[in-house]
Design a binder for this molecule. Structure first.
Ligand SMILES: Cc1cn([C@H]2C[C@H](O)[C@@H](COP(=O)(O)OP(=O)(O)O[C@H]3O[C@@H](C)[C@H](O)[C@@H](O)[C@H]3O)O2)c(=O)[nH]c1=O
Length: 393
């Protein structure tokens, strides 16, 4: 069972610095962490973010013009060029740089002058590779100032910080999934018709280089009905080609056994519901990948691409821990990421891999529950991180 935590002193303050490199994962992860620490642990959180436009896509209530605002109990500050404006009193008790971003030098100087010094963490990306266990919580001394930063890694075992998960998430999911009416109502609100709901429902979120056209062909020509729900802007070219027109939200077309429906890009909490409502989820990057693991449904991961196919190593490391005895999932995942020897855009090959995985769905659902139980044992990232920040180092 997850550890219960005593309430923190209300005075604890925490700052997260987030630079949006691209897409939505950077802000997606930081926003989730910020909200959880504020709402569940009573921490006063300031989220510094350089791109309010991307943030607004996952959090529509945000004002993308405001320099400072409070959203869901979190102070959001537009991170522009505020250097030189910081005093020690401005510095939070805990300072998190996300993905090794350079905190404004003036803020770092103020950290060094602050008494007591803040806890400084570099929150790193999620990977199942072994080396993470050796680097998790390692200190790094500032070359010039009396400051020490610690590396903090999310991960899949107790030698890491675990996965992000809000306290009430699984209860909320269970309540949603307990009655099919909830999924039907939710999907109907996104324009999905009763006929489309009766098919195998697949959500599709991936990078543009995924072999989407080949997969759509395989579903179209397959023996069982599939409804593919794809958020607007995702796999645009392949989706437009299937639709024979613009892939705007609300567009849909049926060919053979497949209906493709374009959904609006939904707020972050609704994206969870989409994952809970579908039978299989194609996810990507880091945050949707983790949410799929909390959805209790089979999922296929499209990993964020890196130079020299470094991401294939990361993908294999994850498949080794997640799916050592699930060959159908491994084969489709490798193929989806261009990491299998087959490669190419061969629809027949993808059709075969999809059928094999689809035939295993019940087993994959059971596996998802067993994996969830394992992940629950290591606690969640926000609480593990807070415990580390409060511990003597
Ligand atoms: C499809 C969809 C996603 N989302 C949210 C869920 C997630 O919080 C976020 C997507 O984040 P990810 O799944 O991580 O995929 P991403 O590709 O957007 O983000 C990536 O960005 C790179 C810069 C990072 O290095 C990657 O590791 C990864 O985080 O968008 C919505 O809120 N609504 C939607 O309709």
């Amino acid at each position: 069972m997850p550890t219960q935590h005593a309430s923190p002193s209300p005075a604890t303050t925490l700052a997260i610095f987030c630079k949006v490199v691209d897409n939505f994962g950077d802000i997606g992860i930081c926003w989730r962490l910020s909200r959880q620490l504020a709402s569940e642990r009573g921490i006063t959180v300031t989220l510094w973010v350089d791109d309010l436009g991307s943030f607004k896509r996952i959090c529509p209530r945000l004002d993308s013009e405001a320099a400072t605002q409070t959203v869901e109990g979190v102070t959001v500050r537009h991170w522009t060029d505020q250097d030189g404006q910081f005093a020690p009193e401005d510095v939070a008790d805990i300072v998190i740089e996300f993905f090794a971003v350079d905190i404004p030098p003036g803020y770092v100087e103020a950290m060094a002058r602050r008494e007591p010094r803040p806890v400084w963490l570099n929150l790193e990306g999620l990977t199942a590779e072994d080396w993470v266990e050796g680097c998790h919580t390692l200190p790094s001394m500032h070359p010039r100032l009396p400051l020490t930063k610690h590396f903090y890694f999310p991960g899949f075992n107790a030698r890491t910080g675990g996965l992000p998960r809000e306290g009430g998430l699984l209860a909320e999911r269970d309540a949603f999934q307990a009655d099919p009416v909830n999924a039907a109502r939710f999907l109907a609100g996104l324009g999905v018709t009763p006929g489309e709901m009766a098919a195998t429902k697949v959500s599709l979120f991936c990078y543009p280089h995924a072999p989407v056209s080949a997969l759509l062909d395989a579903w179209r020509d397959g023996g069982s009905a599939v409804t593919c729900l794809v958020p607007e802007g995702v796999a645009r070219e392949a989706v437009q080609a299937f639709l024979g027109g613009d892939a705007h939200a609300g567009a849909a077309r049926t060919q053979g056994a497949l209906t493709v429906r374009v959904l609006p890009f939904v707020p972050q909490s609704d994206y969870d519901r989409l994952l809970w409502a579908c039978d299989v989820n194609f996810v990507r990057g880091e945050d949707s990948f983790v949410r799929a693991q909390w959805a209790g449904k089979p999922f296929v991961w499209h990993i964020y691409p890196q130079d020299e196919n470094l991401h294939h190593k990361k993908l294999r490391a994850f498949l080794d821990v997640y799916a050592p005895d699930l060959p159908s999932l491994v084969a489709l995942s490798l193929r989806w990421n261009g990491a299998s020897p087959a490669g190419g855009e061969d629809a027949a090959d993808l059709a075969h891999l999809w059928q094999a995985m689809h035939a295993d769905v019940e087993r994959l659902v059971e596996h998802a529950a067993a994996w969830e139980a394992r992940m629950l044992e290591i606690g969640d990232l926000a609480n593990n991180l807070l415990e580390f920040a409060r511990s003597p180092r």
